[in-house]
Structure formats: structure tokens, C-alpha cells
Design a binder for this molecule. Structure first.
Ligand SMILES: [Zn+2]
Ligand SMILES: [Zn+2]
Length: 446
């Protein structure tokens, strides 16, 4: 390229960059105005959703409410995707496709906040028991932001180009809704996203501030059941039996050596036996004890190794106790596994870098990964290798007079207004930035 051409090209590129920046500043101003003008409307949506929570896979009315918000924004709406899941598609010219997900479900918790709009809902759970229901995980805040993004994306459509896919997902608390929507054709029946985004509130941060984790943010979650079998008998004559209570106890202790002895100390692993059940009476040696485990890891290699170790240890301990071959423990991996949530570092840097132009520096905090699970991970874990990013929005007022600020607590009372404003603004700025610049990232881990 001759120098003149290069000069001309650099002017064009510079011009394009200046245009994008000017456009985003204009959008940021519009969003300030829009969020102020719509604050009381969004507050009513929040209180309405908060007062009418529904359990996982029962989100029928909630799905309808969100479908209505999407229709009002001119989205093409499909309901009943993977249960009561809702998909809205808004086409706005040429450009990349961005998918934003909210979750919809609430928890079997009896609300104790004493707020005027507190939930009094009661529902029948999957086992047929009547239980109180509460939005104790902030999914009502996520949904309010979702309705705000639906309306703002439609109204401010001059500020972005491309396709916006908004999905309302059932059953996040069961780690099952994302898989249900994917199996029901989310990525086949609707535009395939180039980027997927979500947010989750956190009481760890000041209301309205933003948290992010590059790379692994949530863990692989595996459920494993172990049936420890023995030979039952009279409690007074243990020599005539093989006691599965003793074998199971040794297995529980031996499993603790996986994290401490078999995996690198810098690679976090959790093996928790949350339930142990066996026997009927103090003087009867039972013939079976059941263990229920939750297993948390990050990388696929570590996950495979830990699951293999559990099986090896269970069998090895039983062999050492003299359990005959035909009665060795049966180790079963349940099908509800959730993959680790991997926030694509390129996408995190792009989005957070962009948001730093509009939020003050003290509004950002880089957060440690957790061993919790989040089924949003499923959208980034398909064969399509779509870069995914779930960021956190603070809801803590740090007001001493407020009781415990903890997710899943009956006292959970998020400081919702700043979180809703930040959520709508951050999602809209990300949408505009990603559709204007279409950044591409190398797939996989960094
Ligand atoms: Zn939760
Ligand atoms: Zn949640």
C-alpha cells in the first residue's frame, strides 16, 4: 500500500472509531434520560414480579408477563420453549446477534422482610407439598432489567444494529432450565447468537456497582450417588456381617483426600457428602447405606479425574473391608450436571473496557471465582463455542438497620432501583458496542 493510501485508510478507520465513540456517548446520554423517565414504571414491574413469585418449572404467569413486555417492544415472541421459557427476537438491520438471558424462577422460602410488597405466595412443589415461595435470589431484579432492555432496545433502536434475542429461562435454581431450552431448539429455531450475556445480582457489592470475573467464574457441578452395600445382621454379632455403615464412614473420610492429595493445591475442588442414609434400628446392621455427593471443579480434566477418583476410592475401601465382588459399591453420576461457567476473557475485556467509559472507576470490582453453579454456562458450552459473559450487579445498601444481606435468605431485600438502572444501562451499552464493533475472540481458555 502506498503511503497516501495508508494515510487515507487510517483517516477512515480513525473516523469510524470517532463515530462509534460519539454514537455511544449519545446513547449513554439517551439512557440517562430513559432510565430516569422509566424509573417508576420499572419499580412497579419489580414490585409486581416480587409479589408473584413462581417455583422452578412453574413459571407460567411470569413467562406470560415477560412475553407481554416483549410484544410491547415489537419483538417476535415464542412461548413454551423448554417449559415456560420465552424467546423474543428483535431484528434491527444488518449486524451481529446478541442474546441476553434472564432467569424467572423463585425459591421455596417464606419471606420475612416485612416489606409492603412482600410475597405471600404458596405453591405445590414437585413432591406435592405446599410451600411458601419467594424471589430470594433476585431473579425478579433480573426480569425487571430484562423488560427495561426490551423497551429501551425498541425505543432507542437508532443506536444499535443487528439482532437482539432476549430469553427468559425457567428453572435456574434447579440448574435445568438452560438445558431444557437448548434441547427445545433454542439455537436451531431462533437466530444463533454471536455473543451471550446475562447478569446476576450480588449482595457482595454496593447497589448499582458492577462485578466481573475473567475465565472460570462458577464451577462444574456434578451430583454423584454411592450405594455402599454390605451383609446385614444383628448389631451384637458384627463378625457375622459386613457392616456398610463402617464402610460408608471410611469412604466419606477417604474422599477428603481427593482435594487434599490428588489435585494441585491451586486447582479448587470440593467433594461434599451432603446426605448419608442407612439402617432402621440401633441393633440391626443394615445391608446398604446411601451417600449423596455434590462435586465442584473448574476444568474438564480435573472434573474427569475427580469423578474417577470417587469411584476408585469407593471400590477400594469396600475391597479393603472384605466386601465381596458382587456387592462392591454402585457409583452413579446423576444427569443434572452443570458445566463450569467460563466468562470468555476477550468478551469480558471488551464489555468491561467499554463500560468503563461510562461508569466511574469505583463502580467496578473484579471478583474471585466461586464454587457455586450457574446454568447460564450451558449457552457457552455448546459445539458453537459462543463467547459468554455473566456479570454481577450489586444490590447491597450497606444499611446497618437492614437484616442479613444474603441470596436465598428469607430477609433478602435488594436495593433494587440502582441495580435496575445499572443493569439496563450496562446491557444496552454492551448491545450497542458489540453490534457496532463485532469483536471476535479466540475460542477456548486463555
Ligand atoms: Zn439462587
Ligand atoms: Zn439466582
Amino acid at each position: 500500500m502506498n503511503p497516501l493510501c495508508r494515510y487515507a485508510l487510517s483517516l477512515i478507520l480513525l473516523g469510524a472509531a470517532v463515530d462509534v465513540a460519539a454514537e455511544e456517548t449519545a446513547l449513554a446520554r439517551e439512557l440517562d434520560r430513559w432510565t430516569a423517565a422509566n424509573a417508576s414504571g420499572l419499580e412497579s414491574v419489580y414490585k409486581e414480579l416480587h409479589a408473584h413469585p413462581e417455583l422452578s418449572f412453574q413459571e407460567e404467569a411470569t413467562g406470560e408477563r415477560l412475553a407481554r413486555a416483549l410484544r410491547e417492544g415489537g419483538f417476535e415472541v415464542t412461548t413454551h420453549v423448554g417449559g415456560f421459557g420465552v424467546v423474543g427476537v428483535l431484528r434491527n438491520g444488518e449486524g451481529p446477534t446478541v442474546m441476553i438471558r434472564t432467569d424467572m424462577d423463585a425459591l421455596p422460602v417464606k419471606e420475612a422482610t416485612g416489606l409492603a410488597y412482600a410475597s405471600e405466595a404458596v405453591a405445590e412443589d414437585s413432591e406435592g407439598s405446599s410451600v411458601p415461595v419467594m424471589h430470594a435470589c433476585g431473579h425478579d431484579v433480573h426480569m425487571t432489567i430484562f423488560t427495561g432492555v426490551a423497551a429501551a432496545a425498541a425505543e432507542l433502536n437508532a443506536h444499535w444494529n443487528g439482532t437482539l434475542v432476549l430469553i427468559a429461562q425457567p428453572a435456574e435454581e434447579w440448574g435445568a432450565g438452560a438445558g431444557a431450552m437448548l434441547r427445545d431448539g433454542l439455537f436451531e429455531r431462533f437466530p444463533l447468537p454471536d455473543y451471550v450475556l446475562a447478569l446476576h445480582v450480588t449482595p457482595a457489592l454496593r447497589a448499582g456497582s458492577l462485578g466481573y470475573t475473567r475465565g472460570y467464574a462458577f464451577a462444574n457441578v456434578d451430583s454423584v450417588d454411592i450405594a455402599v452395600r454390605g451383609i446385614g445382621g444383628h448389631g451384637a454379632y458384627p463378625n457375622t456381617a459386613i457392616d456398610p455403615v463402617v464402610v460408608a464412614s471410611r469412604i466419606v473420610v477417604a474422599l477428603q483426600t481427593i482435594a487434599s492429595r490428588e489435585v494441585s493445591p491451586s486447582d479448587p475442588v470440593v467433594v461434599t457428602v451432603g446426605r448419608i442414609q442407612g439402617g432402621t434400628k440401633r441393633n440391626i446392621i443394615p445391608d446398604e447405606v446411601r451417600l449423596e455427593l455434590t462435586v465442584r471443579t473448574y476444568s474438564p480434566d480435573t472434573r474427569a479425574k475427580v469423578l474417577d477418583s470417587i469411584e476408585r476410592i469407593a471400590r477400594g475401601v469396600a475391597v479393603s473391608a472384605g466386601v465381596p465382588d458382587e456387592l462392591l459399591p454402585v457409583v452413579e453420576r446423576k444427569e443434572d450436571a452443570i458445566p463450569a461457567l467460563y466468562n470468555d476473557p476477550g468478551l469480558v475485556d471488551a464489555v468491561i473496557g467499554e463500560l468503563r467509559n461510562f461508569f466511574p472507576a469505583e463502580d467496578f470490582e473484579e471478583l474471585e471465582p466461586t464454587m457455586g453453579g450457574e446454568d447460564f454456562a450451558q449457552y457457552g458450552a455448546t459445539e458453537h463455542d459462543i463467547p459468554a459473559f455473566l456479570f454481577r450487579v450489586g444490590v447491597n445498601s450497606f444499611d446497618e438497620s437492614q437484616p442479613a444481606q444474603s441470596l436465598h435468605s428469607p430477609y433478602f431485600a435488594p436495593e433494587y432501583a440502582p441495580a435496575i438502572r445499572t443493569g439496563v444501562t450496562a446491557m444496552m451499552l454492551s448491545l450497542a458496542y458489540l453490534t457496532a464493533t463485532a469483536p471476535s475472540f479466540a475460542a477456548g481458555e486463555d
